[in-house]
Design a protein around this ligand. Structure first.
Ligand code: BGC
Length: 404
């Protein structure tokens, strides 16, 4: 009798510790970490040089997905935004020194990042300066041309920089402030436009004390401060990569996988059709089966439509669910990244409670993978993982930790 009581007690203790370890009791007891959902987001597992998607990482298990936005399409949208601006501009105003040439400078961001490459390509293609390279430097460009208010004018890229900070971080806004200061001094009124592959760097350029007032400037991301700057007339345009759709899709795929959905339902429930709780993302998100990627669409934002993108507008298609609570560990490559900290994380924090996802966010320093990896721990305690790597070819390092 006594032995039975001890045995029951032991089982109770073991169960309690399993429950304590795992967010989801059943999952912790039977599912190994290697079998749990893994969703990469914002930084697609890929070769930093060629941009080729790393399908070994993407095929880690049948619950591995990527959520981002249509990077190539976004580059084209950004290019078109600039082309449209020029088409309706007055050549006498845009061409500041009247030399008959439109000169622009370009903030690239992260030469090893797909999004950055796609934007550089989209801009250079639209302005005719594309030579097949996304690298910085005038030697990687050629003279292009554009319709400026009805007149075809030559376009030249005067200079471009990756914008790596002194600490090694990419997409660095301070580096953009410094570069802009140098450009304004060196190139003066040859600069007719400033183009940046994200809003953080564009806002950084505007911080330069000698920024040539009134020179058109374009960013990307539709961060709240950039949208306000468009309203105030200091920023000319930006592109929304629909952060709400991306943040929700990241959480929704995890929700679907943890709810046991399989096949197409994983990428359609709550995304292109209502899920079992009646939720559906309002914006369009496309699934690319070849790369297991869910991609939100981009839209150009300028003075004609900026009010639609003002902060606080959340997707009303997502409501509170009664889904069982699940625990998710999510990494952010750089706590200082403007887009992730001012747009993506607030969106995650808004939608996660609605989907009953208990989110633990850990943030890195943007330069050392270990700053994220060292916080990718207590893995048994989570039901799923969402990963934003420092380097796009580090996916394997995270997956290796899920082996055990
Ligand atoms: C955003 C950038 C951001 C980067 C971080 C890009 O998609 O547009 O603003 O810095 O992601 O990975």
């Amino acid at each position: 009798m006594k032995k039975v009581a001890v045995a029951i007690l032991m089982v109770a203790v073991v169960c309690t510790s399993l429950f304590a370890q795992g967010g989801s009791e059943a999952a912790a007891a039977v599912v190994t970490n290697a079998e749990k959902p893994v969703v990469f987001f914002n930084r697609q597992p890929s070769d930093p040089v060629t941009g080729v998607i790393d399908m070994e990482v993407m095929n880690w298990n049948d619950k591995t997905y990527y959520v981002g936005f249509d990077a190539a399409g976004g580059g084209a949208v950004q290019g078109q935004l600039i082309v449209d601006f020029l088409a309706s501009a007055d050549p006498a105003v845009v061409d500041r020194n009247g030399d008959g040439v439109i000169g622009y400078v370009l903030c690239i961001g992260d030469v090893g990042h797909n999004d950055s490459k796609a934007r550089t390509q989209g801009i250079r293609e639209a302005l005719g300066t594309w030579t097949g390279s996304t690298d910085p430097g005038v030697e990687n460009t050629k003279e292009g041309s554009a319709n400026v208010g009805g007149t075809t004018m030559p376009v030249v890229e005067l200079d471009s920089r990756a914008m790596t900070g002194t600490d090694g971080t990419t997409w660095n806004a301070n580096a953009a402030t410094d570069a802009m200061g140098g450009w304004a001094t060196r190139l003066g009124d040859q600069i007719d436009m400033v183009i940046s592959n994200n809003d953080g760097m564009a806002m950084g350029c505007l911080q330069a004390s000698n920024y040539p007032a009134g020179v058109p400037i374009f960013g990307y991301d539709a961060n709240a401060d950039a949208i306000e700057a468009i309203g105030a007339g200091t920023l000319t345009g930006t592109v929304s990569q629909n952060v709400d759709a991306q943040a929700t899709a990241t959480l929704q795929v995890i929700r679907n996988l943890l709810d046991g959905l399989t096949g197409d339902a994983v990428v359609t429930a709550g995304i292109t059709e209502p899920d079992q709780y009646g939720n559906k993302i309002s914006a369009s998100v496309d699934y690319v089966p070849e790369t297991k990627a869910l991609l939100a669409q981009n839209t150009g934002v300028n003075s004609s439509n900026w009010t639609e993108y003002q902060a606080g507008a959340r997707d009303t298609g997502i409501k509170q669910t009664d889904a069982p609570t699940k625990r998710v560990l999510l990494t952010i490559y750089n706590s200082g990244d403007n887009f992730l900290s001012s747009s993506y994380i607030p969106a995650l924090q808004y939608y996660a409670p609605l989907l009953n996802i208990d989110l633990t966010i850990v943030q890195g320093d943007g330069q050392n993978e270990s700053s994220c990896l060292d916080r990718f721990m207590n893995l048994n305690s989570y039901d799923a993982y969402a990963i934003n790597m420092v380097r796009t070819n580090s996916g394997r390092d995270y997956l290796d930790r899920l082996q055990y």
